[in-house]
Design a protein around this ligand. Structure first.
Ligand SMILES: Nc1ncnc2c1ncn2[C@@H]1O[C@H](COP(=O)(O)OP(=O)(O)OP(=O)(O)O)[C@@H](O)[C@H]1O
Ligand SMILES: [Mg+2]
Length: 509
C-alpha cells in the first residue's frame, strides 16, 4: 500500500493521538506498580510499530525546581505557531505587563515543519492524584511539559538544529514582547529593611527616538552605527579581550537633549535603563553591589556627574589636613567626619566600577555619564577607553530645527524657514526652547503662528545676548579703569613713602 504524504501525516498524527489516549487511560485506571510494567513492555512493543522519538521539556527543572528557560522559549515559539490553528488557547498576562500571551491549552497539538521535516508538539499537564494543601502551602498546579515527536530518521536534524532554532526564535519573541524597565536605586540605608531591594522599577515608556531627536543627521547616524556595532559585537569583544560594554559621555547645556538621547538609545537597542543616583549611595562597596545587580542589555545612566561626585579632590585634601589637627583635640568631631567620609563614593571607586575587573561580570551594558560642564570633569574620568564616545549636545542648529518642526508641526518647509535659519546661526537657543515655541498654544494656532512665535523668541534672545555682551564689555572696561586707578594710587603712595623715608631714617639714627 502506497501512502501519500498527507495520508502518512494523518496516519502518524492519529497513531500518536491513539497512543496518547491509551497512555492517558493507563495513567488514569491502573495502579502505580502495574503501570510501570505496562509502560516498560508497552514502550518496547510500541517502538516496533511506532518509529518515532519523543522529547519532553518540563516546566520546572533541577533539584531546586527552577523554571526552565527552554520551556518558556518553547511556549513563546509555539504561541506564535498555534494561535492561528489550535482550537483551545490559554491566555496569560505576562509578568509585570499588560500584554497577553496566548498559548496552546493542555493536550492540544501543533504541527511544525523544519527543513522539509515535520514534527508534532503537544502540551501536557499531569495533575497529582492526591493533593495536599494548606493556606501557606497551596496545592501544586500540576506538572506541565511540552513534548516533541519526530520520526526516528530525523532525530539528528531535530536534536542538533531544530531545537536550537526553536529556543532562539522563542527568545527573540520574548525580547520583542518584553516590557522594558526603568530602574532607580534605593538609598543604601533602605536596603536592609523589610523590602531589601536595591533597585525599584517602573515600566519604561519614553517616546524619544532617534527620529524625534533634533540633531544633525550625520551625527545621529554615526551614533546609531556605533550602537549597532556594539550590540552585535559579542564575538568581537571577546576576541579582543575586552568586557562587552561601552561608555558614552553626553555633554552640553541644559535642554539640549541629553536625557532624550539616553531614552532614544534605550529605545533603539531595546535595553532597560538603570538611572543611578550617586548621592544616595553610601560608599564604593555599595556602588559595586548596585552595579552587580544590573542586568545585561541595559543602559546605566549617571546624570550630572559633576554634581554627584566631588571632583575637587585636591582642594579638599588640603582642607582635610588643617582640619585633622583640630579633630585630634575633639573626638566627637572626628567620629562625625568619619561617618561623612564613609557616605561618599569616590572618583577612584567609580572608575573601578566603570572599568574594574568586576565590570566584566554581566555583559552588553552601556554606561552613560551626562554633564553640563565637561571642563569641570577630572581627565581621569573622561579619558578615551573609559568613555569611548564623547557626544556634544549643542544649541539648536537649523538642521535640528527642521526635525523639531516636522515632529511638532508636520512640515518639511515653509517660507519663514529662511529667516529662522539666519536667526539660528546668530543666536544660541536650546532645542528645548525651540520646541517650546513650536508647540501650539491654542487650537487656533497653525504653523504660521508657531513659526512667528519662534522668530519673536529668537529675536528677543538675540537682543538679550547683545545686551549681555554689552554689559560684560562695560563691566570689563569698568574693572580695567578701576585697576588703572588703583595702580595709579599705589604708585603715588610709593612716591610719597620714598619722599618720607630719608626723614624717618634720619629720626632712627
Ligand atoms: N535634541 C533634542 N531633540 C528633541 N527634543 C529635545 C532635544 N533637546 C531637548 N528637547 C526637548 O526638551 C526637553 C528637555 O530635554 P532633555 O531633558 O533631554 O535635556 P537635557 O540636556 O537632559 O537637560 P538637563 O541638562 O537639564 O538635564 C525634552 O523633553 C525634549 O522635549
Ligand atoms: Mg537631563
Amino acid at each position: 500500500m502506497v501512502m501519500s504524504m498527507g495520508e502518512m501525516y494523518s496516519y502518524v498524527g492519529s497513531t500518536v493521538a491513539t497512543l496518547m489516549f491509551i497512555n492517558a487511560i493507563i495513567q488514569q485506571y491502573f495502579p502505580f506498580h502495574i503501570r510501570g510494567y505496562i509502560e516498560r513492555y508497552g514502550q518496547k512493543f510500541v517502538s516496533t510499530l511506532h518509529p518515532y522519538v519523543k522529547i519532553t521539556f518540563d516546566e520546572f527543572t533541577g533539584e531546586r525546581m527552577k523554571r526552565s528557560e527552554a520551556f518558556s522559549a518553547i511556549r513563546n515559539y509555539l504561541s506564535a505557531k498555534s494561535s492561528a490553528h489550535v482550537k483551545r488557547l490559554k491566555a496569560d498576562v505576562v509578568k509585570d505587563g499588560q500584554s497577553l500571551v496566548l498559548s496552546m491549552d493542555n493536550n492540544e497539538e501543533v504541527t511544525d515543519e523544519f527543513e522539509g521535516v515535520k514534527v508534532w508538539w503537544t502540551s501536557r499537564k499531569i495533575v497529582p492524584e492526591k493533593q495536599f494543601s494548606l493556606p501557606w502551602y497551596p496545592a501544586s498546579d500540576g506538572k506541565k511539559y511540552y513534548s516533541l515527536t519526530c520520526h526516528k530518521r530525523d532525530r539528528k536534524l531535530i536534536t542538533e538544529s531544530y531545537i536550537s532554532h526553536v529556543l532562539k526564535e522563542g527568545d527573540a519573541i520574548a525580547a520583542r514582547n518584553r516590557q522594558r524597565k526603568l530602574y532607580t536605586n534605593n538609598p543604601s540605608e533602605n536596603w536592609y529593611g523589610y523590602k531589601r531591594t536595591k533597585w525599584t522599577h517602573v515600566v519604561f515608556e519614553h517616546p524619544s527616538t532617534f527620529e524625534t531627536l533634533a540633531m544633525e543627521t550625520k551625527k545621529k547616524e554615526e551614533i546609531m552605527k556605533d550602537l549597532i556595532k556594539f550590540s552585535k559585537g559579542k564575538q568581537y569583544y571577546s576576541r579582543i579581550g575586552k568586557a562587552w560594554k561601552r561608555g558614552y559621555l553626553l555633554y552640553g547645556p541644559p535642554g539640549t537633549g541629553k536625557s532624550s538621547m539616553i531614552a532614544a538609545i534605550a529605545n533603539f537597542l531595546n535595553y532597560d535603563v538603570y538611572d543611578l543616583e550617586l548621592t544616595t549611595v553610601k560608599d564604593n562597596t555599595d556602588l559595586r553591589r548596585l552595579l552587580i545587580e544590573t542586568s545585561s542589555k541595559s543602559v546605566i545612566v549617571i546624570e550630572d556627574i559633576d554634581c554627584s561626585l566631588d571632583l575637587t579632590g585636591q582642594r579638599e585634601k588640603k582642607e582635610e589636613k588643617d582640619e585633622e589637627e583640630e579633630e585630634g583635640k575633639d573626638p566627637v568631631r572626628k567620629k562625625d567626619k568619619e561617618e561623612k567620609k564613609q557616605s561618599k563614593v569616590t572618583l577612584s571607586g567609580l572608575l573601578n566600577c566603570v572599568d574594574g575587573l568586576w565590570s566584566a561580570c554581566g555583559e552588553e551594558r552601556i554606561i552613560v555619564f551626562t554633564t553640563n560642564y565637561v571642563e569641570k570633569l577630572d581627565p581621569a574620568l573622561i579619558r578615551r577607553g573609559r568613555m569611548d564616545k564623547h557626544i556634544e549636545m549643542s544649541y539648536c542648529s537649523f538642521e535640528a530645527f527642521k526635525v523639531l518642526a516636522k515632529n511638532y508641526l508636520y512640515i518639511d518647509t515653509h517660507p519663514l524657514y529662511e529667516e529662522i535659519h539666519k536667526l539660528l546661526e546668530e543666536t544660541n537657543m536650546t532645542p528645548a526652547d525651540v520646541a517650546e515655541n513650536l508647540m501650539p498654544k491654542s487650537e487656533e494656532d497653525d504653523e504660521d503662528t508657531c513659526l512667528k512665535a519662534l522668530i519673536e523668541a529668537l529675536v528677543a534672545a538675540k537682543e538679550e545676548a547683545r545686551k549681555k555682551v554689552e554689559e560684560e564689555a562695560r563691566l570689563k572696561a569698568e574693572k580695567e579703569e578701576k585697576g588703572k586707578e588703583e595702580a595709579q594710587l599705589k604708585l603715588e603712595k610709593k612716591e610719597e613713602d620714598k619722599e618720607e623715608s630719608p626723614k624717618e631714617n634720619g629720626e632712627v639714627h
